[in-house]
Ligand binder design. Sequence first.
Ligand code: ADP
Ligand code: MG
Length: 603
Amino acid sequence: CLLWDWASPHILPKESSEADKNGEERNRQNFVRLLKYSNPDWLFLSGAFIFLALALIGEMFIPFYMGRVIDILSSNYKETEFLVAMFYMALFSIASSAFAGCRGGLFIFSMFRLTRRLRLLLFRSVIKQDIAFFETTKTGDITSRLSNDTARVSRSIAGNVNITLRTLVKCIGVYSFMISISWQLTLLTFLSSPLTWIIQKLYNRYHQDLVEKVQDSVARSSDIAKEILESVKTVHSFDAAEDEAKRYDDSLQEIHNLQTRRDMVRAVYLLLIRTINLVTQVAMLMYGQTLIESGFITSGKMVSFILYQMESGDHIRLIVHMLSEITHSAGAAHKVFQYLDRKPQVSTSGSYCPEQLHGGFVFKNVSFTYPSRPDTAVLQDISFNLPPGSITALVGPSGGGKTTCVSLLERFYEPTSGEILLDGIPIQQYKHQYLHAKVALVAQEPVLFSGTVKQNIGYGLEHAPEEQLKEAARKANAEPFILGLPEGYNTEVGENGSQLGAGQKQRLAIARALARKPRLLILDEASSSLDAETEHEIQKSLQGIEGLSLLIIAHRLRTIEKADQILVLEGGRLPERGTHEELVERQGVYYKLLHGHVLQNGE
Ligand code: ADP
Ligand code: MG
């Protein structure tokens, strides 16, 4: 308890003492929890603790034998005694180095294992979060928790605990030896402690502040570089390369200034501390000399004492530093645990997987509001059917809520009220994997992954036979262009399919959707980058797939004239529905859209 109180004041933000207490309590809980995460490494850690103890025992005896050697040399010299003392000194010195090496190695090994474990846990938890989480959370925040905070946390556990423990135990050993030599001399070494303490505290506060500022400026600088590199086309076309280089240089200058200030602060601090140490040592030597003269201690003992004292000074400083590090990393632990403990708002606990499926979807009085925009209702009391094997078109002005309907079908979000049913059963009762095998989506802007064409079509279908993937490619009318690629199905598509054209990407995305043999295929303006002929071909081959319902959100209204039903979605409501002919006759929203469209495109 004392140890925590010791380090925390200059690390935690200045809040009321009540909040301080809560913060400390939380840090302590996080720390205990982290220790639990280290459980699988108990064998390595226990080994490390044993080596730690052994190394320290060895180390403690070196100054002792050094003093003895000096006493032997300065009184009536006996060769055997001298050799024995030298032998022990060498023995303890070699053994303690070897043990210290083993201890360090084991701690670092456990640290890497813990980092890896934490990263995987965190990644698992994050990747399973609902889409709303990703909309309200910056990717940079997630990746920084994943890489920096996990590393800092495990460093605190395995690394700092290692050093703190070692130092603490060593301190006890050192002071025991010192007191056994002379308690008066020991007391003298404490005289400068209050001053050291104050300097230490001031330094910690100021230095920590600067360290954070340096980190911030490094982050800002890399943000600037990232921004410039990502918009390099714009930079070139405005001939702004030199200006941008200057902007980047300014950010580098800021880092440099802060780093210089940080290092100067450190230099002044070290100078002060070393001066105090020197003064203490001089006082000690003067007093020690009177002790030697009056025969209380030998000069060898005095040498041992000085050696111990030199160690002790460093160690107290190190403990203070390490404790503040540990408290600091408890903050990082909090960040890691925050995401680790977050429960996705869309539950994935459904377990229903019927063998037979009709494949009829029903929207029943569905209303929806985006969590990130709680004041605007995007869908208001929508009801419609998607009968098995039918083609439904969803049309309407942009922003009407079409993509939102798709997101609800994909269970990216839960409806605010109402239900979506599959064969009469709410979709959240189906097993997550099952539902996603039955509903396939080709999104407005399809995302491909770097890898081959074949890997992209088979995404999420590790063991699918090659023929299944090729069949999907044929149905998506993608095979002709795939075979034209240098290595056919084994051609790399580049990062997000950058080596393919927009139309090719879309056909590949359709093939990927078909490869899992869905019962409902959703094309969300998926054909917008295809020419009319290709679009027609694809639709024809899709219609030929038995039992497949299509939900088409189309950009060109002409392509959906043959749909079994057309739903017009406007402002989150469905003012019209029917076949093309019925809707044209009605001369309502659809008619106007069609009219506007024809006018716009001059068709
Ligand atoms: P459509 O696909 O018909 O063009 P959307 O379903 O994409 O329309 O959008 C419907 C409304 O919801 C729009 O007003 C849009 O601004 C809003 N919206 C869409 N996505 C989000 C989101 N992720 N968070 C908040 N609001 C959104
Ligand atoms: Mg849309």
